[in-house]
Design a protein around this ligand. Structure first.
Ligand code: CU
Length: 266
């Protein structure tokens, strides 16, 4: 990786939509800190005020005080505001702004124990047919070698190249169990569910070498289920595509065994 990206606070944000998510995370954490300090002070006050001492007996009947009810009601109102007033609009803005049109790059991602497979449509912009029956050690995506649309498709294992300043729509699915596609610097996280192809999107604002991690405990090899995320300049991305353009059956990355991906040095 290019830099140390995990410190005391959030990792750097290199996405166009991440600033609002970061703002939301900050507001929620400051509010939780406020609640923590408030309840902490109240707890210590109670320990001292109601400590056991001679001449004082415990009161077993509930105390009838309105102040606590007002405080609890106020917290409920604030939490409802945080959920529906702040969080939901940020989520809707992200979900409703999925890029469409020709300039968006579409990538299919297939998770498996314990690797990430990436499938690009190639020059013709059409994804070749894939079939679970055709999946093998040499063909982890189950691509149909007979399908003309798939002849120029590009695949890679644990190497996720995307161009900078380009909307990218990723459709994630899984071959086996539930995994989670998580790229912290791009502020995207989506569970991958067998049998479902779920779209998420992002647009990177700078080039660099980052990390994709599986964020769902998916088996004994979960800890090593990661991929390199390479946000390339348009020239580097075009070069990578050209270097890896195939016929798919001769694609070197696709020939890597499922669990022993050979990471390519940048
Ligand atoms: Cu996983």
């Amino acid at each position: 990786m290019d830099e140390k990206i995990y410190g005391w606070w959030l990792p750097p944000d290199v996405s166009v939509h991440g600033a609002k998510i970061d703002q939301l995370i900050s507001v929620l954490h400051w509010f939780m800190l406020l609640l923590f300090v408030g309840w902490g002070i109240f707890f210590v006050y109670c320990l001292i005020r109601f400590r056991a001492r001679p001449g004082h007996t415990a009161l077993y009947a509930p105390v009838k005080a309105m102040a606590t009810k007002y405080i609890e009601a106020a917290i409920v109102v604030i939490e409802v505001f945080l959920l529906f007033g702040l969080s939901t609009p940020v989520w809707l803005a992200y979900k409703n702004n999925e890029p469409s049109g020709k300039n968006a790059l579409h990538v299919h991602v297939v998770a498996e124990q314990f690797a990430w497979n990436f499938h690009y449509a190639g020059k013709d912009g059409k994804f070749g047919r894939s079939d679970a029956q055709l999946i093998s050690g040499d063909n982890p995506l189950g691509l149909d070698p007979e399908d003309a649309a798939g002849k120029d498709d590009i695949t890679s294992v644990n190497q996720f190249h995307v161009p900078v300043h380009t909307p990218v729509v990723v459709e994630v699915t899984s071959k086996d169990v539930i995994h989670s596609f998580n790229i912290p610097v791009l502020r995207v996280k989506q569970d991958t569910i067998p049998g479902q192809r779920i779209p998420i999107w992002f647009e990177a604002t700078r080039t660099g070498h980052f990390e994709l991690a599986c964020a769902q405990l998916c088996g004994l090899g979960h800890y090593r289920m990661r991929a390199d995320v390479l946000i390339d300049s348009p020239e580097d991305y075009a070069k990578w595509q050209a270097d890896n353009a195939p016929p798919p059956q001769e694609e070197p990355a696709a020939a890597a065994p499922d669990n022993q991906p050979a990471p390519e040095k940048k």
